[in-house]
Design a protein around this ligand. Structure first.
Ligand code: BG6
Length: 504
């Protein structure tokens, strides 16, 4: 993000090279960085996988991926012809030590051709169960033991509970230095999320009111219209709490709630986030049920199409107790946030895709305007919109035009697409660039991941031990009644006014 080294020659090794993530996200991101002249002058991308591919076949498969998934649309043939020769494919089996030797040889060969010692980046775009054999075999092959030049990128989910995350951390830090490990959470690569640091800490006017004295509550909605697609097998063992809240949502919460860092260094920022996670109250079983709601969607209609219920999906247990929706009211036990509830919710098959954070301020301490003129007086509100459009909405009161004194809420909107001509980089572009330049600010440190698991573990356990009455919300609705009750019990309601595309 800011703590960047200059780009050195880089070899990128992608485990799971023939998989979905590389096709949809990684190669389109590398290609866009290339178009933006943000790739190192010398780079090589080596895809690894079990399927047999020639380099040519592999490149054309990836070209198709770029055509389908790149923010810039179809490839520019001339640019692709310059980019593609940097890509190669090595058929290999993650369990076979000899294949790591083959990889080591290939790396040495490229290094020899370049005549320079490159950075080597190992990207683990593989199923969680394969992280261990890959890490161990990389260690054994001795191709990652230069802590300054080799880096390993690990995708979420990082563990499936606290214990497995601790085990994974122990394993990885036994082979790599912490500074070599980049635990990715793609939400942190989103422009709006990074902008939260700027909004809070590069302006003087928000920080003095960013506390319990002025803020009544904070809420976050991260909703999706999609269901679980063909990821039923993975999702049924995960659920909304592990898939979205433990990582993306808690990360957003950290950015809202953290104390001002002393500097913009990766460790300083990450330490302030860990402080937030540690301050979140850990619930006992009774408190879990008082402060959470869970849901699972049944079939319904979305934009004119009938969609299946969750339990009807392939590879999902027909009696599944996995939640596709989770809402939690968090309390932060620290000076700044005492008694300011943080309501978060995330779910699939909801009416709109949005990621929105609302900071709801308290009413004015003394009302001078008579009720008649200020019927629609509303306390201030700041909405940070990550999706569908990126921006910030500040709601304040204004006198309505006319001879009489009438008040009403108005919005000041800062919409990225309106403010800047350039397209936003995709989250993966930002994050991959950060890995290549050695900037770990937007990646999770081992203690951070574990602290996040500590927050959700009581909920996971309580829910596991007490099966729910599922399904309990139809597709195309905002989740179960219990989620409305959770927030309504405190006199509030969920707010769904992100910035929309084109809004000024
Ligand atoms: C992923 C989850 O981490 O984030 C998916 O595993 C989810 O289930 C996705 O769909 C949402 O990401 P985004 O960027 O589309 O909001």
């Amino acid at each position: 993000m800011i703590n960047k080294e200059v780009l050195k020659p880089t070899i990128i090794v992608i485990f799971g090279g023939s998989g979905d993530l590389n096709e949809r996200k990684l190669t389109p991101a590398f290609y866009n960085l290339f178009l933006d002249k943000q790739m190192p002058e010398k780079f090589a991308i080596i895809g690894l996988g079990r399927t047999s591919f020639t380099d040519t076949k592999f490149r054309s498969m990836l070209a198709e991926g770029v055509n389908k998934f790149s923010r810039r649309g179809k490839i520019d043939k001339k640019e692709w012809a310059n980019f593609a020769p940097n890509i190669s494919y090595l058929q290999s089996d993650v369990f076979e030590q000899k294949d790591y030797q083959k990889l080591a040889k290939e790396i040495k060969k490229i290094e020899g051709e370049w005549g320079e010692h490159p950075n080597v980046l190992f990207y683990l775009a593989i199923a969680p169960g394969l992280i261990e054999p890959v890490a161990v075999n990389l260690g054994k092959a001795g191709i990652c033991n230069d802590p300054d030049c080799s880096r390993i990128v690990v995708e979420k989910p990082f563990g499936h509970d606290l214990e497995s995350a601790q085990k994974l951390n122990k394993l990885l830090t036994g082979i790599f230095d912490e500074k070599q490990i980049y635990r990715i959470d793609h939400y942190l690569g989103k422009e709006a999320v990074q902008n939260m640091l700027v909004f809070r800490f590069a302006n003087v006017m928000f920080e003095p009111i960013w506390n319990r004295k002025y803020i009544e509550h904070v809420q976050m909605t991260v909703s999706e219209t999609v269901g679980v697609g063909d990821r039923g097998g993975y999702y049924d063992k995960s659920g909304a709490l592990k898939d979205m809240i433990q990582n993306h949502v808690l990360q957003l919460l950290c950015f809202v709630a953290m104390e001002p860092p002393v500097s913009f260094s990766a460790n300083e920022i990450r330490s302030r986030k860990v402080d937030v996670l540690r301050a979140i109250r850990k619930y006992d079983t009774k408190e879990v049920f008082e402060n959470t709601a869970r849901g699972q969607y049944s079939k319904g209609w979305m934009k004119g199409d009938q969609v299946e219920g969750y339990r009807e999906k392939d590879k999902v247990d027909p009696k599944s107790n996995t939640e596709t929706f989770a809402a939690v009211k968090f309390h932060l036990d620290n000076w700044r946030w005492q008694n300011v509830p943080f309501y978060v919710r995330s779910g699939k098959r909801m009416p709109e895709k949005m990621s929105v954070i609302t900071i709801q301020f308290r009413p004015v301490p003394h009302r001078i305007f008579p009720t008649g003129v200020a019927e629609s007086l509303q306390p201030n509100r700041i909405i940070i919109s990550i999706n569908p459009a990126t921006g910030i909405r500040i709601r304040f009161q204004a006198k309505q035009v006319g001879l009489n004194m009438r008040l009403g809420p108005e919005d000041m909107v800062f919409n990225y697409s309106d403010a800047y001509d350039t397209q936003q980089p995709e989250a993966y572009e930002t994050l991959l660039h950060d890995v290549m330049t050695g900037d770990a600010t937007l990646f999770m440190r081992s203690d951070e991941v574990e602290a996040a698991w500590e927050v959700v573990m009581p909920i996971i356990n309580a829910w596991k031990n007490s099966p729910a009455e599922f399904p309990n919300y139809p597709a195309n609705s905002w989740g179960p009644e219990s989620a409305e009750r959770l927030i309504a019990a405190d006199g509030f309601h969920w707010i769904t006014t992100p910035i929309k595309d084109g809004e000024k």
